[in-house]
Ligand binder design. Structure first.
Ligand code: TXA
Ligand code: MG
Length: 323
């Protein structure tokens, strides 16, 4: 399909969802809300659409995409679930969890989307717009976060447009993504392994499994386990200084909790000290600090529990020297 000159932005009502499903079926690229972040969707079986998706994002082609399904039954048609995968799907789907499982030979997801792997990352999102779109489309939709590669993930339609306007066909505007960090990725290719911390806390997963998750071997740029874990992946423009007690001269402050130190430019992830609220605000606050022109940002300490593990993971990446 010839890309339209512009990107259509539609409020996500029933008609818009039907139009989005038609657009996907015609090989188009549609950004849509999930409860974690906005995804940039393409028909999982259409290699050309997926090639355009990588180009729109500017993403290295070795980075595999998550296949999104309307429900667990549809996901099971794409991959092979062992006991741990079944238990996690039962406990957390629909929701912010991605399971990496062996792909079925019949799965139909284009090789390009899987970057040549024999496994497939599967997710059943809980957001009503995502669910309605997947149901209307009637098949799996591959969707990375709807940002240019190396930028922070979008939690609103405006963020998507800031990165991708004119490069994609449509944005379904369904309001703010409320979890705010991407899905937790668990590899179920043997010992269940945490590949990326995210919207489901590690503790909740370990509680269901009844044992600790294995730790992913250090990601390797040649053969990454979850290549999105490359250390400079989540990159705002500003330099971040983590675990700061107070801002130094010239630094803006990304605060957390009720009693932040004074700063001329400050955004607070959660004045109540609530990690769920902090996760939801993380990427939009990083973008807003970039937009304010801040070149250096002091970030207060975030407790390393619950969603704090995912928040700290993203902050460490955001602070990594840019390659
Ligand atoms: O919350 C989310 O997961 C969002 C929404 C849109 O669903 N998606 C998302 O996609 O964050 P993306 O592409 O930005 O990150 C997906 C991560 C990447 O690090 C990718 O390498 C990894 O999942 N991944 C996908 N399939 C994999 C596989 N078979 N094995 C290992 N890692 C995989
Ligand atoms: Mg991403």
């Amino acid at each position: 399909m010839t890309a339209e000159p512009g990107t259509r932005v539609l409020k996500a009502d029933a008609d818009a969802i039907k139009a989005a499903a038609r657009c996907l079926a015609a090989g188009g690229l549609v950004a849509f809300p999930t409860e974690t972040v906005y995804g940039l969707g393409a028909d999982a079986g259409n290699g050309e659409a997926i090639a355009r998706l990588y180009a729109a994002k500017g993403r290295p082609a070795f980075n595999p995409l998550i296949a999104h399904a309307a429900d667990a039954a549809a996901a099971r048609r794409l991959g092979l679930f062992d006991g741990a995968a079944e238990a996690l799907a039962e406990a957390f789907w629909p929701g912010p969890l991605t399971l990496v499982v062996p792909k079925r030979p019949s799965c139909g997801v284009a090789d390009l989307a899987l970057a040549g792997l024999d496994s497939v990352g599967l997710r059943v999102p809980a957001h009503p717009v995502a669910h309605a779109l997947l149901t209307a489309f009637g098949g799996p939709v591959v969707a990375p976060s709807a940002n240019r590669s190396g930028h922070v993930s979008p939690t609103s339609a405006a963020h998507v447009l800031a990165d991708l306007r004119g490069r994609i066909d449509m944005v379904l505007d369904g309001g703010a993504a409320d979890v705010g960090v991407e899905s937790t990725i668990v590899g179920c290719l043997g010992e269940p392994t945490l590949l990326r911390p995210g919207g489901v806390p590690r503790e909740a997963i370990e509680h269901v499994l009844g044992r600790p998750l294995a730790v992913a071997p250090t990601p390797d740029a040649e053969a990454p386990l979850a290549p999105g874990m490359l250390s400079s992946h989540y990159a705002p423009k500003a330099r971040l200084r983590l675990n700061a007690e107070a801002p130094q001269a010239g630094e803006a402050l990304l605060a957390f909790g009720p009693t932040p130190p004074h700063a001329a430019v400050m955004l607070n992830l959660s004045p109540d000290g609530n990690l769920i609220e902090a996760a939801a605000n993380l990427f939009s606050h990083l973008r807003a600090l970039d937009a304010s022109g801040a070149s250096h940002v002091a970030v207060m300490m975030i407790p390393h529990e619950g969603l704090g593990e995912a928040i700290n993971d993203r902050l460490v990446r955001a602070a990594a020297p840019k390659s």
